[in-house]
Structure formats: C-alpha cells, structure tokens
Design a protein around this ligand. Structure first.
Ligand code: NAP
Length: 541
C-alpha cells in the first residue's frame, strides 16, 4: 500500500459496509490529500467487540510461546518497511522524518523486542510469602496469576499516532487479550498503516480489529459494546467523560492524559545542554508532546546566560515541510491545535509577557506552521503557564530558591513528567522527589517515552494508571490470587462453626500471640491459641 498519494486506500474491509462515509486525511505540511478511509458504524464496532469476545479464549489458550511467535513477525514487517512507515507518519502528522523515525519507529521496534522478551517474566505467577506465622499455621500458600481482561479497547491520539497505540496493542495481545483499536481521525493514514503492521502477525481472525469512527461515538460504542477494559490516551476532558461513562458498567479504564511539564534549571546546570535539551523536548514534534517541556524555571543567577543560549538555539531552528531533511521542526497536525497555540500566546502577550525569541516560519498557506517561540516575563495567571499549550512555545521564569522552583513546578492540575537540570545528580534526585509528576528525568526530558522499560503516566489530572514497562504491561491483565490449602490432615479451620467461648478466646489469642506488648501477653495468647487448634483436626460435622 503506497501512502501519501491522492488515491483511495484499503480499509477495514471485513467490517465496513457501504454506507459511504469517509475520513479524508491531508498532509498538514503541504495540504496534499493523502487518502480517504471508510468510517465504521457503531453497530459494526459492537459486532467487532462481540466477535472479539468469541475469538479471545482461543488466543489465550494458544499460550504465551504461541502468541510471541506470531507477534515477533510484526518486527520483521517494521524492519522491511522502515522508510515507508516514517514517511507516512511524517506526511499524515506533519512531523519531520527524523522525528518520525526517532520518536515513533525506533521506539516501536524497541517495544516489541522488549515485551516479547519480558512477557514471560511479567506473566509468571508470583508466589506470595506468608504475611505472618499464622498463615503458615493454618496452611495457606498463595500465588498471584495474571489473567487477560478479555477484549481491550484502545483509543489513541494523533500526536504520536504510530508508537503510542503500537505499544499498547502489543502488550494487550501478548497478555492474551483481543484488541479493538480506534486511532485518531486526523491520522487515519497512520492508523491504517498500523493496522497493516499488526495484521502482519497473521493473528487468528477477530483477535485484532481496527475501527475508524468519530471519537464522539467511539467511547460510548466501546463501553456499551462491552469491552472488558478501556485504554485511552488523549485529553483530560475526554478522559473524564470516559471515566464517568465507564462507571455505569464499572469497566476498568487506564487514562493517559495531558501534561504541562516543568523543567527546573539549577545554578550548577550545564547551561548549553539545558538550552539544547529544552528546545528538543519542548519543540520537537512542533511541541505536540504530552510530556514535552512547557514551563522552564531557571535559577536567577544563571537566568540571563541561559536565555542567551535559548534564544540562539530557537532562532536557528528551521521550520517547514520536510523536503530533503532540510528542517528541524515540522507542522502543527490539526487546525484546532493551531488556534489553541495562538490563543495562548495572545493571552500571554496581552497580560504582559514578552516574545523573547522566535524562529523563522514559512508563510506557506497550505502548510500548518507556527514559529517556535520563547516567552519571558510570564506568570501563572497566563494560559501558557497554567494550561497545556501543546505547541512550539516555551514560557520561562526565574526563581530565587529551589523551594520556590518546586512550588512553581507543582502549581498545576497536571503532573505528567518533569525534569531537573544540575551537575549534582544526587541533589537533582532529591529535588525530583518533591516534584508531583509520574516521571522526572535528570538532565534530559521526554526521552523516557521512547524506552519500553520505563513506566509512563501521570500524577493528578494527567491520568490514571501507567503504560510501558512492567507496570504498563500489568494494566493489560487482572491479578488473580489463588490461595491454596496445604495442611494435609486439617479437616476444618480453627474459626469455622460451631462457635463458642473457646473459639472466641482462641481467636483473641492469635492477636495476643502475634502483637502482645510483653512476653507474658504473648505466651498467654499462644496458650489460648494452641488450646483451640486441635479442633482443626476434628470432623466438621
Ligand atoms: P482528544 O480530543 O481527547 O482525542 C484523543 C482520541 O480520543 C482520538 O482518537 C479521538 O478521536 C478520541 N475521542 C474524542 N472524543 C472521544 C469520546 N467522546 N470518546 C472516546 N474517544 C474520543 O485528544 P487530542 O486533543 O486529540 O490529543 C491531545 C491530548 O492527548 C493532549 O492533551 C495530550 O497531552 C494528550 N496525550 C497524552 C499522552 C500520554 O501518554 N499521557 C500521549 C499523547 C497525547 P477523534 O480523533 O475521532 O476525535
């Protein structure tokens, strides 16, 4: 399937009937039409969920080795199509090919390798040690097993349209779930390429289904259709809506939502590294990263030096369409996002902020480009500091004490990720422990999203649960505790019926034996407990 041309592209043919509605995708960098993609109806999605429920038990029964064998084929597909995948992501989302390769394709390859290698350990039953001697005495041994949910519904955004849903689909499938995936409407060309990527595994029918329908219908369709778990990545507002909706059926949800990430630059930071790092993590992907730098707090002793470096760096950025690897920053993926970014900058300037630095930007009417901007003289009343801008904008403030920097960094309803920049790594970790964010990086930012092993997810309204790593994998399974009885001759429990004073005293004796405040109390408890223990070996009737 050749992408990026003005032609019709194959769709979810198994599901789509001919009701005619299509999603049209255009390249945000050039305005070129990329393709039309048939839209599924709600009843087709419900049918897909019903079929997935029937297919899932066999997929689970295939066993982990069988599932890994199939899933591994996906990496071969990616390796055969590296350039095509990067090109399609670049065209559909408007990002540069370097961004597409480095932050989407490479992480996808690393993720599939990591999860195929680690799945056995993640899914291995874990024996629980006894909580105290009584668990031994009454003969219990427990293990935690991991069970797939059944059908996992995955809804994903347009900013990393390949790698975000990719990891989630891989984890869910390896754990033994069937998957229904709905990707963002704006990036359906990538969504369909992802469909082709996953289907390269040759999965049994209905174990994985890709659907295309408007988000406004998708959440209700997934939840009313009966997915057993919903994994959502997107905005806080939709996350809240889905959680409310999921409460009707108590369907478990994982929510990976917005961020408004702070970066703290200490007096002893490597300022050049900090300035270049801030620009990469704040402005690559045209700033459309949930875990991108949005707010920078700099020790006032190094503020001026840092700002000089930041200005130089930002003014040297080349923004525009990626023709021959000739640009650093690509387009804004959606028109809605362009408006949000402009509104935030206008609000800041109207409230007294200064545009301290600005990159060049093409005036091409077909391309959705915005210049990279550094704002100084900002405060926390401005939208740019208190809400997620999700664009190529950095707001910078100076601080006097590290306590003030921590207070400013935590002054947000979001808490996805953050970073501390200092040559003293011990001190940086100490500061990090005071930051309310799901991941804090030292002398770097955002990079851990690309690592399969590091859990990703936020504090506060940045979401619930984690994706990536062992914690993320666990979100695709339910823990099941099997408590085994191993005392060979016991015929009943110490505390089973019939009850009487001796049972009461024996029960009280357990507490006294375990937690008595002195030796006498403990011995007395042991005596009472031992007196009733023989009843365990007498007939229950
Ligand atoms: P969005 O509007 O919430 O859309 C995200 C996805 O949800 C899209 O597939 C969208 O479908 C779908 N959707 C929309 N309304 C829905 C509904 N009522 N029920 C179910 N699904 C619905 O988010 P966005 O503005 O496109 O994406 C940017 C946001 O995502 C930012 O806040 C960013 O920080 C966040 N994000 C978070 C992470 C993370 O890991 N924490 C990663 C990436 C992005 P349509 O496209 O059809 O509308």
């Amino acid at each position: 399937m050749e992408m990026g041309k003005k032609e019709k592209v194959e769709t979810s043919e198994e599901l789509t009937q001919s009701h005619g509605e299509v999603t049209v995708c255009t390249c945000p960098a050039t305005g070129e039409k990329l393709g039309e993609f048939s839209v599924n109806t709600v009843s087709e999605v419900e049918e897909a969920i019903r079929r997935a429920k029937m297919a899932q038990p066999l997929w689970k029964e295939m066993g982990l080795s069988g599932r890994i064998k199939k899933i591994r084929k996906i990496r071969d597909y990616i390796m055969e199509h590296l350039d095509e995948i990067a090109q399609t992501i670049s065209q559909d989302a408007g990002k540069t090919r370097v961004d597409a390769m480095m932050t989407e394709v490479v992480p996808a390859c690393m993720a599939i390798s990591y999860y195929c290698r680690k799945a056995r350990r993640f899914l291995k039953p874990k024996r629980l040690g006894a909580g105290n001697i009584i668990s031994y005495a009454i003969g219990k041994r427990s293990k935690i097993f991991r069970s797939p949910f059944g059908v996992v519904g995955i809804i994903s955004p347009w900013n990393y349209p390949y790698t975000i849903p990719f990891s989630e689909v891989i984890m869910a499938l390896l754990a033994g779930n069937a998957v229904i995936l709905k990707a963002a409407s704006e990036t359906q060309a990538v969504g369909h390429l992802l469909k082709a990527t996953i289907e390269a595994a040759g999965l049994p029918r209905d174990v994985f289904t890709y659907v295309n329908l408007a988000g406004s219908l998708a959440g209700d369709a997934f939840l009313e259709g009966g997915v057993d778990k919903l994994f959502f990545t997107g905005s806080v507002a939709i996350g809240k809506y889905l959680m409310k909706k999921a409460s009707e059926t108590l369907t478990p949800v994982s929510l990976e939502l917005g961020g408004n990430d702070p970066m703290i630059v200490c007096e002893d930071a490597d300022l050049k590294r900090a300035a270049v790092g801030a620009v990469w993590a704040g402005i690559q992907n045209a700033g459309q990263s949930c875990g991108g730098v949005e707010r920078i707090y700099v020790d006032q002793k190094v503020y001026s030096d840092f700002m000089v470096l930041l200005k130089k760096m930002v003014e040297s950025l080349r923004v525009g369409p990626d023709q021959d690897f000739n640009v650093d920053i690509g387009a804004i993926t959606t028109r809605r996002q362009m408006e949000t970014v402009r509104r935030h900058i206008d609000d800041a300037v109207a409230r007294g902020a200064r545009i301290f630095a600005r990159s060049q930007c093409p005036l091409d009417k077909n391309g959705q480009f915005l210049p990279a901007v550094v704002l100084s003289e900002v405060d926390h009343e401005m939208l740019v500091m208190k809400e997620e801008t999700f664009g190529p904008v950095l707001g910078v403030m100076a601080f006097e004490t590290i306590e003030e920097a921590i207070r400013l960094a935590n002054d947000s309803h979001l808490g996805l990720t953050a970073s501390i920049w200092s040559k003293d790594r011990k001190k940086a970790v100490k500061i990090a422990r005071h930051i309310q964010a799901g991941a804090v990086t030292i002398n770097d930012h955002l990079v851990s999203h690309g690592f399969a092993e590091t859990p990703w997810g936020g504090f506060k309204q940045s979401g619930i649960g984690r994706t990536h790593g062992e914690l993320g994998f666990a979100e695709m399974t339910e823990p099941q505790c099997i408590v085994n009885d191993i005392l060979p001759f016991a015929r009943k429990q110490l505390f089973w019926h019939p009850h009487g004073k001796s049972v009461y005293n024996g029960s009280k004796g357990i507490s006294q034996f375990l937690y008595g405040r002195n030796l006498g109390e403990r011995l007395n408890g042991a005596y009472k407990m031992l007196r009733v223990m023989p009843r365990m070996f007498r007939s229950g009737l």
